[in-house]
Design a protein around this ligand. Structure first.
Ligand code: CP
Length: 311
């Protein structure tokens, strides 16, 4: 029997690497309760009524930013939103100065997305608020991995012994690393698949298997988590053309229908339709992409609520 602990082992969520399997299970149990709350006619609870949260986004985001903001509002927190494009960062202010100025306004928690790997750790080392990493460069995106694993569990039950494939641009993906840590902590077997140029050379040292054969990988797995080709992070050309990528590594209906099993298809978004996944798969019954987004709010409510208890 799995024991559910009462408290997180940490006051920050900097990455899945730094939390325990017990932390993850506690977040999931709490998220289940919050999922019930957000499906009620009155979707709000007063849990964070005395808490002020700053959402600092130094990089673009649609899902994560809206999902955190909604989670905070559902918990009755006070919120301040910051985006780098309209701030004094443009005038040369340092990250620490920016954040210290915001904290002087009595902020308790900081949700931060930043292009530099380690930026949330830097903040946690210098300021007193709870820090939540909403994606730091190519490093980690812990709440995405939590909502992914939570959504997988809803579909296929306990992840121990289950086979999960992560497909696509592993090299430039923070979702991949956080997913690997999270799934392994929950006892799943993980395989990464993509062109050799988009898979880090020594990734097998993390205990994952590697394939460059999409069909073999799909036939092996229970769940395929398809990642976006991150063209904005690719400083050189990693494959000849998007058309060729779609032909050899894209998921389409014909490929899924040729398997002798049903698999669950996921994507963290945003999707490059027709590149890593075709619309007839993304919008099909195999896909749980929109359930992932719905679960994101409940999982982020759980993270905020549990970390607020560590203040
Ligand atoms: N999945 C994800 O992080 O999406 P956004 O970049 O839109 O937040």
């Amino acid at each position: 029997m799995t024991t559910i602990v009462q408290n997180l082992s940490t006051k920050h969520l900097l990455g899945i690497k730094y939390i325990t399997a017990a932390d993850i299970r506690l977040i999931f149990e709490t998220a289940k309760s919050f999922k019930e709350v957000i499906n009620r006619p009155i979707k709000k609870v007063p849990s964070l009524r005395d808490v002020t949260i700053a959402n600092l986004f130094f990089e673009n985001s649609t899902r994560t930013r809206i999902s955190f903001e909604l989670a905070e509002k559902r918990l009755s927190a006070d919120i301040v939103n910051f985006s780098a494009s309209s701030s004094s960062v443009k005038k040369g202010e340092t990250l620490l100065d920016t954040v210290n100025n915001i904290l002087s306004m009595k902020v308790d928690m900081v949700v931060m997305r930043h292009p530099a790997p380690g930026a949330p750790q830097f903040l946690a080392d210098h300021i007193d608020a709870n820090i939540i990493n909403a994606g730091d460069g190519t490093h980690e995106h812990p709440t995405q991995a939590l909502l992914d694993a939570f959504s997988m569990q809803e579909q296929i039950g306990d992840l121990a012994g289950k086979k999960i494939a992560i497909l696509g641009d592993i090299t430039h993906s923070r979702v991949a690393l956080s997913n690997i840590f999270c799934l392994q902590k929950l006892g799943a077997e993980v395989k990464v698949c993509g062109p050799p140029t988009l898979i880090p050379k020594h990734i097998n040292q993390l205990g994952v298997s590697v394939s460059h054969d999409i069909r073999e990988t799909l036939q092996w797995c229970d769940v395929a988590n398809v990642l976006r080709i991150q063209l904005e992070r690719q400083d050189i050309q990693y494959f000849p053309s998007l058309r060729e990528y779609a032909q050899y590594f894209g998921i389409n209906r014909k490929l899924l229908d040729s398997l002798n099993k049903e698999i669950v298809v996921m994507h963290p978004g945003p999707i490059n339709r027709g590149v890593e996944i075709t619309s007839d798969v993304a919008d099909s019954d195999h896909s749980i992409i929109l359930q992932q987004v719905e679960n994101g709010v409940a999982v982020r409510m759980a993270v905020l609520y549990l970390l607020a208890g560590k203040r």
